[in-house]
Design a protein around this ligand. Structure first.
Ligand code: KE4
Length: 432
């Protein structure tokens, strides 16, 4: 496959102008390609499994706007439903039956959720779940895991993943010590470290929050027994277990990682997929806990655009599409073919790699591994990942622009797309 560098003149012009207008020229740091080098491409439009940039180049997309596009971009049934909803207005700021419909779908799907509150982002969902878990237990401290990312609220910006890890930030200036003094951290997959924290902070820990499958330190799966162990430890110490399924929700399985692994937390956060590409988040769980949220109870949380009719409409239609028989079998099959193929090609071309996939989520590290936690992930050759990313981009394959992110497939990705991707990977890795 001869590689002729793609023309990105317009992308460069637009991005140069953007950098004078917005910090780093982006609305979210990871989009700036800082850790993979080169300039980001500026999108013009997306459809199915594909992106077109402003210079007319086409790419197979494995970011899927960071998860929401699990049915493929601009799915005709989603866009048709949105067009119909648009004629009835874009925002009500008042109850609508659409919220009931999506709430029932979420409650029916996610084992831990008996009652749910909609918000506008995963960050807001994690802020809300933090407040209600502290109120319910009357305890202030939490345990999170190194490399896990729960949005950009102060309390969670401790050894966080995603863009924080991508930029190699120690955490973030502007976060007062008072906001993070109660945030305890442990290595992912390390139950002994969690038990020690509970022993050292007896009766002070409100709960444990984690990504049940990590996507923000690269792709890291839970070791056998890890999730079960956390369920037991939180019950033993009177703390709550919170699965942050903003990324894994409706992606690992229709009922999320908690359905896949058969572990039911007390609270769950959601986002991305349940909005079908429109701004959305949600937190939910046991009725006795969620009944504390205002106005039912005293725990305050609010939002102008929460539950807005457009996000509800896109979310409802997206979940309907995911309910179709065979959807998750298809996602698992094509993603396994992709992940296994990438690892095989990398090994055949002499690179130390490890990684894997679960359902429609995958990742690979340029290290022999295994990778059980963030420290292991940081052993990956991130410079090589950057060269790999650029080489794939020049061959029309759009991967997440960071070693510390996961990859996402969709119902729109075809066998031919996977074959093309593997051929491009072989070409890049043979010359890396
Ligand atoms: P948002 O506020 O970005 O909607 O959600 C925050 C969040 C919370 N929890 C998990 C597990 C998440 O993955 C996220 C956001 N994910 C990143 C991608 N790793 C969003 C992409 C970005 O920050 O631009």
């Amino acid at each position: 496959m001869v590689n002729t560098p793609i023309k990105t003149t317009k992308s460069q012009e637009i991005f140069a102008a953007a950098q004078n207008l917005m910090p780093g020229g982006v609305s979210s740091p990871v989009r700036a390609f800082k850790s993979v080098g080169g300039q980001p491409i500026v999108f013009d439009r997306v459809k199915d499994a594909y992106i077109w940039d402003v210079d007319g180049n086409q790419y197979i997309d494995y970011v899927g706007t960071w998860g929401p596009a699990i049915c493929g971009h601009a799915h005709p049934e989603v866009t048709a439903a949105l067009r119909e909803a648009l004629d009835k207005g874009t925002s009500f700021g008042a109850p609508s039956v659409l919220e009931n419909v999506l709430a029932e779908m979420v409650i029916d799907a996610v084992p831990s959720i008996e009652m749910v509150r909609f918000v506008n982002s995963g960050t807001e969902a994690c802020m809300g779940v933090l407040r209600v878990m502290r109120a319910f237990t009357n305890r202030d401290k939490i345990i999170k895991f190194e490399g896990c990312y729960h949005g950009h609220a102060d309390t969670f910006l401790v050894k966080a993943g995603s863009g924080v890890a991508t930029l190699g930030l120690p955490d973030s200036p502007g976060v007062p010590k008072s906001a993070t003094s109660g945030t305890l951290t442990a290595p992912y997959n390390d139950l002994e470290a969690v038990k020690a924290l509970f022993e050292e902070n007896k009766d002070e820990i409100a709960g444990v929050i984690l990504e049940p499958v990590v996507g923000n330190a690269g792709f890291i799966a839970p070791d056998a027994g890890f999730l079960e162990g956390l369920r037991e430890l939180t019950q033993e110490y009177g703390a709550l277990l919170v699965f942050d399924e903003v990324m894994t929700g409706f992606r690992i399985a229709y009922g999320g990682a908690q359905e896949k692994f058969g572990i039911t937390p007390d609270l769950t956060t959601l986002g991305k997929v349940i909005g079908g590409g429109l701004p959305v988040g949600a937190y939910g769980g046991r009725r006795d806990i969620m009944s504390l949220v205002a106005p039912a109870g005293p725990v305050y949380q609010a939002g102008t655009l929460s539950g807005n009719p457009l996000a509800m409409t896109a979310g409802i239609k997206t979940l309907e599409l995911l309910q179709k028989p065979g959807a998750y079998e298809y996602l698992d099959r094509i993603t396994k073919k992709l992940a296994d193929g990438l690892l095989q090609v990398a090994k055949e071309t002499g690179h130390a790699v490890c990684g894997g996939q679960i359902s429609a989520m995958f990742g690979l590290f340029f290290t022999s591994g295994p990778v059980h936690n963030y420290e292991d992930a940081k052993k990956s050759d991130t410079a090589k990942f950057g060269r790999f990313h650029r080489g794939m981009l020049e061959r029309g394959i759009y991967l997440a622009p960071s070693q510390f992110e996961a990859g996402f497939t969709s119902l729109a990705h075809t066998e031919e797309d996977i074959d093309r991707t593997l051929a491009a990977a072989r070409d890049v890795l043979s010359n890396l």
